[in-house]
Design a protein around this ligand. Sequence first.
Ligand code: MN
Length: 499
Amino acid sequence: MLQSKNYKFWFCTGSQDLYGDECLAHVAAHSQEIVKFLNDSGLLPYEVVVKPTMITSEVIFNTFRAANADAECAGVITWMHTFSPAKSWIHGLKELKKPLLHFHTQYNREIPYDTIDMDFMNENQAAHGDREYGHIVTRMGIAREVIMGYWQDAHVIEKIGAWMNSAIGVVESSKVRVCRFADNMRNVAVTEGDKVEAEIKFGWEIDAWPINCLTPYVDAVTDDEANALVDEYYKKYKIILDGRDEKEFREHVLVQAKQEIGIEKFLVEHNYQAVVTHFGDLGSLKQLPGLAIQHLMEKGYGFGAEGDWKTAALLRVMKLMTAGKKDAKGTSFMEDYTYNLVPGKEGILQAHMLEVCPTIADGEIAIRCTPLSMGDREDPARLVFTAKEGDGIAVSLIDLGHRFRLIINEVTVKKTEKPMPMLPVATAFWTPKPDLETGAEGWIYAGGAHHTAFTYDLTADDMVRWADSMGIESVVIGEGTTIRGLKKDLKLGEAYYKN
Ligand code: MN
């Protein structure tokens, strides 16, 4: 579900035909060596493919046009080994629709002091050629990433890997289709937004479906099919009966299993990768989908509650951006609930009614079945756990009426001081950076929502890069943020993104 394509990145080395065949042969050989090293490093989430050296405007144009047309190409990495007159890049760059990385490196690490001559200088002048090339990309106003450093250094290769993950978010964004069961929760503002503009900006198709379109799909699930899934749940998760009869408890879990199978069938048949529900509009569903949605999120589907299509689509994009990540710690829909304001122990308790993704779970996951205290349905079965410790980001996409803003808060997830046995939902507890007071004040000044897409596996920079590619404003609240500085950022954003 998560990985839809075997993505590759094209490595395009710039040069020109002024230096003779021998030099160009070296350029091509060096590029091949560098690409082989990058691929063999084990540090990149996706394969790099070397392309023939780009020496004329025509070659560049045709290569970039081919990159656009290749469904498996997720981005282009450019590097000027020698000087490459930048006017020859204009037509190609105008054509390029894929994410662009300018890798500013050099074949040799050290200046060969004893042997260096003008031939060497002509052949190895990225310091020169990459400035010429960088100039034209800046002049043309093209969003791109610049990474400088030696191609054998792990931290440099890791930066390329992080860019690749953002690039996947860019190319996959236009394929996200959100199935929205029911409409927005009445009177809620922040989950609303302009769906037409979202399709123009992000490529997201957001469709509404009456919840009862789901009924035949859930009803068609046989007991055998659902029981097989319940057996899987029972094998994987601990059961906390909370005094309920064992048989009755399993019946409730069976309802969730039927919902999971039915919802997924619907999503697959209609080609949706994200889903939105509303606890106040459940049609014929016997329970609010809890465990069912949690399991679907774990498989890679985006999710938003109470009509929140923006967070659903964003979560799907972020799950795809982390798909290539080794040892990923998890990505989930989340909601700010309640504070701990004890000095030195400040933080926000995160949860939702039910729908928190088990990919972020630390240790044991249990199924519980307790009243929802909202709505008019059966007590829904849900997965209960606490989140892993560590740094992450909480991200909110808001519609300001005339444009979108992406708000990113760096947070540190911690364990709560004590367990919360009376709270039958999955939780995370985090302290926003730079501290709770600044983090929360900044979030509110920026207009951030109570719903977020949370991940341990991306950085604020990764999301800023994605926002830049989408042409929307991004605001980061993190280490070093001050309210004075943030207010200035917001004013600058207001001016810059006026149209
Ligand atoms: Mn909510």
